[in-house]
Write a protein that binds this ligand. Structure first.
Ligand code: C2E
Ligand code: MG
Ligand code: MG
Length: 719
């Protein structure tokens, strides 16, 4: 709109034509008309002057101003209005102001325009503006009716102050507050604010109901110490001092009683916001970590307990033992360690199956729990090994009594399915000398070994003699280890001839393991074989013996000595090892021996609790063509069944019976019976320990096939 052609002039004309309230009636004639006219002109001039001033102010005003008619059509708008509505000011003219208001504000706008036609101004309101380009703006709006001094209802001026920035900022704050509020109100953590002075709770969030079952109102006025387990909450003074600095954050775990009676584990994070004017207190975040604590406890329990019986395992036992030893050292009252091992448990597993074996172990665990005194503990070390730790043992007899009670309980018949099982156990007892847990366990183990050695089903107390024996065993083990590592020099195999009793010729030799001591003397197998068996060293030792013996047999063959086989003693543990058959075939191949150049001697006792896998292994060896001999026959179970069950070629009659030949009737009868049995079952019979010609004569008469003993040759090293 061109400047000067003010729309107001036409409007004011229209307004002037309307009767003024309290105006002079036409009846007063010309004078008043002249008067009126001159006054109107005067007002018009004044108006024209103020219009000019107004116009300049209008255009340059920093406030957006628009003048609209009573229909809401924009008559004119200033630059600031154009900027606000994102349209050239001139182009706004003729458009409707309502078009720039958000729909929700439009009806109110219309109402206010109507109000304005009767009154001078409206109060300020907040408006949501939508610009010509469709952008959202917010403004504070004020409307006023333009008064022309001679009438009302002139255009309306609308003033808009852009408050978009403030509005958006406010909205952001409001949103953040709402979000924060929602977090506090609906979060799973409970928030508890303590006042700065007394530590009284001034605020508790609704989540306190979820966390502790407590309505927030009930918590307000009380203290944090009151809410949680007071024993777990750090000393209040200490907590206060740790929380002293403004902004300090501390965390601690504690327990709290839920209103349902259950105990909950809480992780409390306290933040000192005493200096924060909005809080002026300590804000505590209470998080229920019961699940996490329970999971951790489960893991710890699993790590420290045996899964089958639920008893403490070795790790926990060692821990308890350490503590018990420390207590014993303080009190002067020793503690006792009872090491229990079931006798022949393997048989239970083999005959009734592992499930039954597990049931036996569980029952033993229960019985041991029953047998101990309150305060003592039972642990399972694995397999069929259990330990009882008993404290405050005034004298060794107390420990022996506990062992007796435990053995008696365990020995009671046990019904498993349709079977009645009876297990006995051997016990080794050690009393604390205030030394280490490992040391005590070791001593109890040695005592257990002694009780096993003495036939089992008994208890033994560790003593000085055992200590000496233990040292001796350790020395022997070292020698065996050295012999395995350096077998060419230290493993000095001795060979004892085996003769054909009908021809008197040497047909084979038994290899016996001797170990050369550092000083050059020989250690006999009787001294170290049992120790090597116990420590497991027998397996590598046996492999070395097999290798050396086969090497020797290959040499004899090459020299045409007439010895068609070498006999090698094999222990039960070697046979139980899965690679044994392979080791044998590889060794034979290495020395280009025929399988029947090798005879493996197995003692009857080693075959007693043979498992199905081992039996298959025996049959594999037999199928390969290796000879198998049952050694020391008569000393074990001497069961005819064994002779049938195992695929053996030879029975070696133990020297103890041969020694009584011709002197002791029953020995003579027994040897005769075995020889006859050999004939019946088509087995070779070898008499061991033949020392006299009388024995030799008798054996020949009986029809014994082979002989071995000092009479024919002592064990000696191959030349
Ligand atoms: P064995 O297999 O029954 O060996 C025969 C034992 O009787 C040898 O004792 C031998 O010296 C002894 N002996 C032989 N003839 C006579 C005799 O006329 N009179 C008397 N009184 N004794 C005689 P040694 O060498 O002490 O071996 C003892 C046991 O050690 C062997 O009994 C065998 O079971 C075991 N052994 C030896 N070497 C090995 C080996 O390499 N591995 C395994 N697993 N055990 C072995
Ligand atoms: Mg033998
Ligand atoms: Mg023998």
């Amino acid at each position: 709109m061109p400047k000067g052609s003010h729309p107001d002039s036409s409007q004011s004309t229209v307004a002037d034509q309307r009767p003024r309230s309290g105006g002079t009636p036409e009846i007063f004639g010309d004078i008043s008309a002249i008067e009126r006219r001159s006054r109107r002109e005067q007002v018009s001039e004044e108006l024209a002057l103020s219009e000019a001033t107004w116009h300049a102010a209008f255009e340059s005003a920093p406030v957006a101003i628009a003048e609209v008619d009573l229909e809401g059509t924009i008559i004119r708008a200033n630059q600031a209005m154009g900027d606000l509505l994102e349209m050239a000011a001139g182009e706004l003219e003729g458009t409707r102001i309502a078009a720039y208001y958000h729909p929700i504000d439009r009806s109110d706008l219309e109402r206010r325009v109507v109000t304005l036609s009767h009154g001078p101004t409206t109060e300020m309101v907040q408006r949501h503006i939508v610009t010509a380009r469709g952008n959202d703006r917010w403004a504070t709006a004020l409307g006023s009716l333009v008064e022309r001094g001679h009438g009302r209802g002139g255009p309306i001026r609308i003033y808009l102050v852009d408050t978009t920035d403030a509005h958006l900022a406010h909205e952001r704050i409001a949103m953040a507050q709402a979000r924060f509020g929602a977090l506090v109100e609906h979060g799973s953590d409970a928030i508890v604010v303590e006042d700065a002075i007394e530590g009284r709770i001034v605020y508790a969030s609704p989540s306190l109901v979820a966390v502790l079952g407590l309505p927030p109102a009930e918590a307000v006025g009380s203290t944090l110490r009151h809410l949680v387990n007071s024993d777990d909450l750090a000393d209040p003074d200490q907590r206060r001092s740790r929380l002293a600095g403004p902004g300090t954050v501390i965390s601690f775990d504690c327990r709290a009683r839920h209103s349902d009676g259950g105990l909950r584990h809480l992780e409390v994070t306290s933040t000192n916001l005493i200096d924060d004017p909005a809080v002026h207190g300590v804000v505590n975040n209470l998080r229920d970590v019961s699940d996490r604590v329970a999971a951790a406890a489960r893991l710890t329990h699993q790590a420290l307990h045996d899964s089958l019986t639920g008893l403490p395992n070795r790790a926990l036992l060692i821990d308890r033992l350490d503590q018990a030893l420390a207590r014993a050292a303080r009190s002067g009252r020793p503690c006792a360690l009872l090491f229990l091992d079931l006798d022949n448990f393997k048989q239970v597993n083999d005959t009734l199956g592992h499930a039954a074996g597990d049931k036996v172990l569980m029952a033993v665990a229960d019985r041991l729990r029953d047998a101990i005194r309150p305060g003592d503990s039972v642990a399972r070390l694995g397999g069929d090994e259990f330990v009882v730790l008993a404290e405050n043992i005034e004298e060794p007899s107390v420990a022996v009594t506990i062992a007796k009670r435990a053995r008696a309980r365990i020995a009671q018949a046990l019904i498993i399915g349709h079977d009645t099982v009876r297990v006995t156990c051997s016990v080794g007892i050690a009393l604390s000398d205030y030394h280490s847990a490992d040391g005590l366990l070791h001593e109890a183990d040695l005592a257990l070994y002694r009780s096993k050695e003495s036939g089992g089903d008994r208890s033994e107390i560790y003593d000085q003699a055992m200590r000496a024996q233990a040292e001796r065993r350790a020395e022997v083990e070292d020698l065996v280890r050295a012999a395995i590592e350096n077998c060419e020099d230290l493993l000095a195999l001795h060979y004892q001839p085996i003769v054909d009793l009908t021809t008197g010729t040497t047909i084979g030799a038994e290899a016996l393991a001797y170990i050369r001591r550092p000083e050059g003397t020989m250690m006999r197998p009787g001294e170290f074989i049992p120790i090597a068996e116990d420590s497991g060293l027998i397996v590598p030792l046996g492999t070395a013996v097999l290798d050396l013996a086969c090497a020797q047999q290959a040499q004899w063959r090459a020299a045409n000595s007439g010895q068609d086989h070498v006999a090698v003693n094999v222990s039960a543990r070697q046979l139980a090892a899965s690679g044994f058959v392979r080791t044998v075939s590889d060794t034979l191949a290495t020395y280009s021996l025929r399988p029947d150049n090798l005879c493996l001697e197995l003692t009857e006792t080693s075959l007693i609790d043979i498992g199905p896998d081992t039996l298959v292994r025996l049959h594999d060896l037999k199928a390969m063509g290796v000879r198998l001999a049952l050694d020391d026959f008569g000393t074990g179970w001497s069961s005819l069944n064994h002779l049938r069950r195992f695929p053996i070629d030879t029975v070696k009659i133990d020297q103890s019976f041969v020694a009584g030949l011709g002197q002791n009737a029953s020995d003579t009868e027994l040897v005769k019976a075995v020889v006859d049995l050999g004939h019946a079952l088509d087995l070779t019979t070898t008499a061991e320990g033949v020392e006299t010609t009388a024995q030799d004569d008798l054996l020949r008469t009986m029809g014994c096939t082979q002989g071995q003993g000092f009479l024919y040759g002592r064990p000696q090293m191959a030349p």
